[in-house]
Structure formats: C-alpha cells, structure tokens
Write a protein that binds this ligand. Structure first.
Ligand code: PLP
Length: 399
C-alpha cells in the first residue's frame, strides 16, 4: 500500500482557511475582514510607486542573478538596521548588530527560533495571550515548549500590564519572550513608552531573552515612533533579537522580504553569532532570493524614493485611521447603544472588536462578511464603499 496511506489530514490554517471560504462565496457584497493585508480604497493590494520605480530601474539595469551571500545583501541588511535602530545608532557603529535577510517576517522568526534552540535548548518561550497564531506553532516546531504571558484585558480592551509584568517577573532566567514591537496582532493594544521601559527593566533584572517581532513599522505613528520598543532595548545594553517584515510596509507580501537582527555585546561576539546564524540558514535554504530585498534596499538608500515611500506609508496609515473613525461613526449612526469608540484607540491593522464567535458566524451567514472567530477584523480591508455595509452587519448582530 502507499507510504501515505495512514497520513491524516492536517487542520486548516484558521486564517488562510477563511480565505478559501471567502473565495467560494458567490455574493457580490461579500467582504473579507479576516486576512492581515492592506487594501486600498478600491479593495486592491497597492503596488507602491516607490517600489515600482525601484523595480523599473532594476529591470533596466538587468543585473545578473548570482547567489547572494548566505546572510543576504549587505546594502539591504544595513538599511534594515538603520530603520530599526536609527542611522546614528552607536550599536551599529560598534559592529554589535548582525542582520540576515530572511524570507519575510516568518522566515526571520524561524531562523531566530532555530538558532535559539541551538543556543539555549532548554529555554521556554513565552508569547502574549493572545498572539499572532503562527508564533506558537513556529517556536514549537523549532522544538521549544511555548507558554503564554497575560496580555489582553477584555474588560478595558487594553493591556493587562500588571498581569504581564508579574508573569515576566516570575520567569526563569534565560526564558525567551516574544514581544510585538508595535501594532499588536491580533488585539491592536500596544504598551505605552513608559511600560516598554518597565519591560526592559524586568528583562534585565530577570535575565530574560527578548525577541521583538516588528511586522508593522510605520503603521501606527511613523517609522521612528513605532521603533520605540526597539530603541528602548537598544539603549539598555541588553542582548536581544528582532524580526522585521516588509510585507505590509512595502506591500511586498509575496516577495517574502524580512530580516533577522541580533544585538550582541561586542563586535567580536557579533562575528561569532553571525557565523552560527549563517549555519542555520545554509541548512534551510542556503541564501535568500534577490529581488524583493533589492527593491527595499534601493528605496531606502535613495533619498527621493525613500521620501516617496514615507509619503505612501503615511497614506496607508492615515487611511486605516480614517476607516477606524468611519466605522465607529457608522455603527453609532445605526443606533447601536454599545460604545465602539475603543476601535479608534487601537493601533495598526487590526481590531479586537469584542464580537463573539456566534456574532462573527452570523456576519458570515447573513452578510457574507468574513472575520476571525475571535472577533478580530482587519481595518485595512474596509473602504468607503463597504464601510456602511459592514457597520449595518455589526449593528444587526449586536443589537
Ligand atoms: N509577525 C506578525 C505579528 C505578523 O502579524 C505577521 C504577518 O501577518 C508576521 C510576523 C509575518 O510576516 P510575513 O508575512 O512577512 O512573514
């Protein structure tokens, strides 16, 4: 019989599975608020003008397609460090930071996880409750035991910071803490600058290993403002990991553009750490693809293209904000008594709406509006054409 005869069907990915159901829905009014992708007001994934210009220049230059270094393009890695730490960072000048181009933010987390498993095989990994659904799976598949730390407080729709801090304070030295650097996915609830400083202090006091996941830099308040957590850690003298993703901020989802950065204690240490990270990469996919990283590096290193990109990024950020305000007003206009104004306070692409799984189910069945069963919606999938319709549906299921 077949060697696959006893293979069981794996469960569907909760969010990508939602896409499949959405695509099969024949209603013309259907809306997909499930997936974490930025759409423009016409419901299209934008090709940023800065990216298009960089791509045209690259096609014209027609460069050869040799292998990249194992850690990817030096120009790209330098640009990533500047975005994260600021171009005047002493850590960069000292050579304490290593960066490896990776296959999206997911690829960066996976390289980091595999390397950490070699570095600290017995450490436990802690993720926020709740977190991006792939965090747990990713670190478990690297061989770690993964636990939650308290994060979201449904009563205040904010962060249960006392609970989070108490938990971090109780962890064993060497525990690995995954932190959302900004625009927390799925809740939209972020820490304040002062709270970040407290987290830094706890990590120092307890000897924890921070791993910051930066998937939405520029989507809350701006490039530097959204790096506040990274900057607080970089000023602390601690060692830490950062995964970067440019899927959203450059609208380059399918090109898989990300990076793993590790902040070490010295240049000499950085050299040794990089040599080990390269080993992980070499045995996974050898070296990263060229194209997406080359576009990001070109945009970030040209003053004109960088300015263009920052303007386009601000446009995406402002449009999401406008959708937050618009949704709250439209729900109110439907005569819903419940106060949804918290949606305006949440940051990034997502909102934990407080809609129950049953309400989400009704939105799908009665309106063809798809959301995650936890009540998470993606604000970046709203536009001036579907906003009213979504507000009507939320009113219908919550009244
Ligand atoms: N981390 C978080 C918190 C995310 O929300 C995402 C994407 O949704 C990622 C990482 C992965 O990003 P990428 O698509 O670049 O792999």
């Amino acid at each position: 019989s077949s060697i696959f005869a006893a293979v069981e069907m794996a469960p569907r990915d909760p969010i990508l599975g939602l896409n499949e159901s959405f695509n099969a829905d024949t209603r013309s009014t259907k809306v997909n608020l499930g997936v974490g992708v930025y759409f423009d007001d016409n419901g299209k994934i934008p090709l940023l003008a800065a990216v298009k210009a960089a791509e045209e220049a690259r096609l014209k230059a027609a460069p050869p397609r040799g292998y990249q270094p194992i850690e990817g393009s030096p120009a790209y890695n330098q640009a990533v460090q500047n975005l994260l730490l600021g171009k005047d960072s002493a850590l960069i000048a000292n050579g304490q930071v290593i960066t490896a181009q990776a296959l999206g933010g997911t690829g960066a987390l996976k390289i980091g996880a595999d390397y950490l498993k070699r570095l600290s095989p017995n450490a436990k990994v802690y993720i926020s409750d709740p977190s991006w659904e792939n965090h747990r799976a990713l670190f478990e598949s690297a061989g770690f035991v993964v636990e939650n730390y308290p994060y979201y407080d449904a009563a205040t729709r904010g962060v249960n910071f006392a609970g989070m801090k108490a938990c971090l304070n109780s962890l064993e030295a060497g525990s690995i803490i995954i932190l959302h650097a900004c625009c927390h996915n799925p809740t939209g609830a972020d820490l304040s600058d002062a709270q970040w400083q407290e987290v830094v202090d706890v990590c120092r006091a307890r000897g924890l290993v921070p791993f910051l996941d930066m998937a939405y830099q520029g989507f809350a308040d701006g490039i530097d403002a959204d790096a506040v957590a990274v900057r607080a850690f970089s000023a602390s003298g601690l060692q830490f990991f950062v995964s970067s993703s440019f899927s959203k901020s450059f609208s380059l989802y399918g090109e898989r553009v990300g990076a793993l950065s590790v902040i070490t204690a010295s240049k000499e240490e950085a050299g040794r750490v990089l040599s080990q990270v390269k080993r992980v990469i070499r045995t996974n996919y050898s070296n990263p693809p060229i194209h997406g990283g080359a576009l990001v590096a070109a945009v970030l290193s040209s003053p004109e293209l960088r300015q263009m990109w920052e303007t386009e990024l601000a446009g995406m950020r402002d449009r999401i904000r406008a959708m937050r305000t618009g949704l709250v007003e439209a729900i109110k206009a439907q005569g819903v008594a419940q106060d949804f104004s918290f949606v305006v306070q949440q940051r990034g692409m997502f909102s934990y709406t407080g809609l129950t799984a049953a309400q989400v189910e009704r939105m799908k069945d009665e309106f063809g509006i798809y959301a995650v069963s936890t009540g998470r919606i993606c604000l970046a999938a709203l536009n001036t054409k579907n906003l009213e319709y979504v507000a009507k549906a939320i009113a219908a299921v919550t009244k």
